[in-house]
Design a protein around this ligand. Structure first.
Ligand code: F6R
Length: 614
């Protein structure tokens, strides 16, 4: 989705903005632009270009062609109006003296645009953002107020979700930042201040950040940051320190971020798991949901999108087995429209790597409105979902740059596995044996995953056999089915191969009609107690001509080899750890297939890293 960066200080702004935008490229975009103010001349220069950031950067000779020490930059992911130079941000007012970058959607823009047109104000673009720039200028001219007040008046009229960065040629040396339902952070440096939609854009310059809350506004100058509440009352904000290293957001010799992040999973799991296990017990520090409340729970709702939703599908099986509490998994985009049955005895678990997914955020608010407590599992510290939850468990995966999540997914699984064991013990629903096995399995997980990664050449070989297929089915039961959902999504999103995941038993209720000579079926059979069933399903599709690549545990390899055309194995482990281990070959398979098909792995078409629009 769109990215924002802004800088005010003593250095030339344009090169800093372009560099910041390059760190936001991973979020997905179709055009880019910058606006820079030069104090002495009261001049505002804007440069924008459709396509990759490199086009803009080359056009400006790396920023050297545009001078000034205050500026804002943007990467746009089109919503209102096609990708084009004119629709790119920054959007400017009629006089060209106000420039605005915006993430989100102004829902009532059509009505505001009609009003401004009636006042004789012409529009250059099809964007909702231009309305903001024009409206600021309208209030400046008609109401004769200052810039801050004009922005305040605009905020009282616009509806929707927005993070805004605003500069004016008449007040050079100042950026106004505003946020509502879209992420925006402020960076505090020595002699400079910054804003960004994502910490990766500013981490090279400062790690001291301020998180703006919904409706808050800030004025950034070289000397400082002044924040204001929604009512425009000056407020003091806490400065937080981000402990991510810049290297974590760089490729470090790998060809793709996705591959780097797949390989980082054992370490990410160590960070997520080790501090939470002590002497064979799950210890959740800072976990303050009340014991009496947890014991009174009648239902758990897991709400998320995409891969995070798939984590929820795995955890439904694990939670229900260990806790004997009904668990419902809902797509966050559906949750608030389905009149969910949520009471004060429901715990809503929101899973989100970015912590900024708009649908998940909206579901969180709906859950709270209905009286539930919300526990979130989030990677990005200080993100909106983390801040609005009653309880947050961080995954500590480090920055995830590739659009397709990998370490984000596996650390979410690990954290929820730990939570399931913790609650199972608290509620007395899990046997000592299962608890001990589960804890031991999670402790062993990073090392076992290293073994899976060491055998990546086997997966590469199978990818070379199958990368030309146009349609792939993933089948499995129970945990294997839930894992298949993620394997299938990974494959389709980065390799553009059509793929479906089915619960094996459901195949014969319709979908089996699609199985024909040579169809690739990836059969997942890691779950020991269901292994015989997995074998029957392999036989079922093979007898209809399918080519079957199976995934199972080492101890079952031989049996499976009789039934399938190829077998990939993972180490034997307690059930709770199987999806975490099993997903790795599926991630690698998707990666190698996409590589062989020449796809843009880190930035798949039409996709964005963090989906901050509905
Ligand atoms: C797929 C992927 C997406 C995200 C989804 C939710 O590889 O990354 O499906 O899982 O957009 O994002 P978060 O977890 O940030 O809420």
């Amino acid at each position: 989705m769109c990215g924002i960066v802004g800088y005010v200080g003593r250095e030339q702004a344009a090169p800093i903005l372009l560099e910041g935008l390059s760190r936001l490229e991973y979020r997905g975009y179709d055009s880019a632009g910058v606006a820079v103010c030069s104090a002495g001349e009261g001049r505002l220069e804007v440069a924008k270009a459709k396509g990759r950031l490199k086009i803009l950067s080359d056009m400006l000779h790396g920023g050297a062609d545009i001078s000034g020490t205050t500026g804002i930059g943007h990467t746009r992911w089109a919503t209102h109006g096609a990708p084009s130079d004119v629709n790119s941000h920054p959007q400017v007012s009629r006089s060209g003296r106000i420039a605005v970058v915006h993430n989100g959607i102004i829902e009532n823009y059509a009505e505001l645009k009609a009003f401004l047109k009636e006042q004789g104000i012409p529009f250059a673009s099809e964007t909702d953002t231009e309305v903001v720039a024009q409206l600021i200028e309208y209030f400046l001219e008609t109401d004769k107020v200052g810039l801050l007040e004009a922005v305040g008046r605009v905020l009282r009229r616009i509806e929707g979700a927005y993070a805004l960065g605003i500069v004016s040629a008449d007040v050079p040396g100042q950026i106004i930042a505003v946020r509502k339902d879209s992420p925006l952070i402020l960076g505090q440096g020595q002699d400079f201040h910054m804003l960004a939609s994502d910490v990766t854009a500013i981490i090279q310059h400062t790690r001291d950040v301020i998180y703006l809350e919904d409706g808050e506004l800030a004025v950034l100058t070289t000397e400082g940051i002044q924040c204001y509440s929604q009512l425009m009352v000056p407020i003091e904000k806490k400065v937080s320190h981000v402990d991510w290293e810049i290297d974590a957001a760089e490729k470090g010799g790998y060809e793709h971020f996705m591959f780097k992040e797949i390989m980082e999973q054992p370490d990410a799991l160590r960070r997520a798991i080790s501090p939470r296990i002590a002497e064979g017990q799950v210890v959740l520090e800072d976990f303050h949901l009340d014991e009496a409340y947890l014991k009174s729970l009648e239902k758990i709702y897991i709400v998320a999108c995409g891969s995070s939703y798939h984590v929820g599908m795995v955890e439904k099986y694990i939670f229900e087995r260990l806790l004997r509490i009904p668990v419902e998994v809902a797509l966050a985009s559906e949750f608030r429209y389905m009149e969910p049955i949520v009471t004060q005895r429901t715990l809503v678990v929101v899973i989100s790597q970015s912590g900024e997914t708009l649908d998940s955020m909206a579901a969180l608010r709906e859950a709270k409105r209905l009286g539930a407590k919300v526990l979130s599992v989030v990677n990005v510290v200080g993100s909106s979902i983390a801040r609005e939850s009653d309880q947050v468990l961080y995954t500590w995966a480090g920055p995830e740059i590739a659009v397709a999540t990998t370490k984000g997914y596996s650390t979410q699984l690990a954290v929820l596995d730990l939570l399931a064991l913790y609650l199972g013990r608290l509620l007395g629903t899990v046997s000592q044996e299962t608890y001990d096995q589960g804890v031991a399995a999670l402790e062993a997980l990073p090392e076992q995953m290293e073994r899976v990664l060491e055998r990546r050449e086997d997966i590469q070989y199978y990818a070379s056999q199958y990368f030309n297929h146009n349609s792939v089915f993933f089948i499995g039961r129970n945990l294997d089915y839930a894992m298949g959902l993620e394997g299938s999504l990974k494959l389709k999103e980065i390799s553009y191969i059509h793929s479906e995941a089915y619960a094996s038993g459901e195949l014969k209720h319709g979908t089996i009609s699609l199985i024909e000579e040579g169809t690739l079926v990836i059969a997942l059979g890691t779950c020991g107690r269901l292994f015989d069933k997995a074998m029957s399903n392999v036989a079922e599709v093979r007898s209809r001509g399918a080519d079957v690549l199976a995934l199972t545990t080492e101890s079952r390899q031989e049996d499976m080899a009789h039934a399938a055309s190829g077998v990939i194995t993972i180490p034997d482990a307690a059930e709770i750890a199987l999806p975490s281990l099993g997903v790795v070959p599926l991630q690698l398979f998707a990666y190698y297939v996409a590589l062989m098909r020449g796809c843009d792995i880190d930035k798949p078409r039409n996709l964005a890293k963090s989906v901050t629009v509905e």
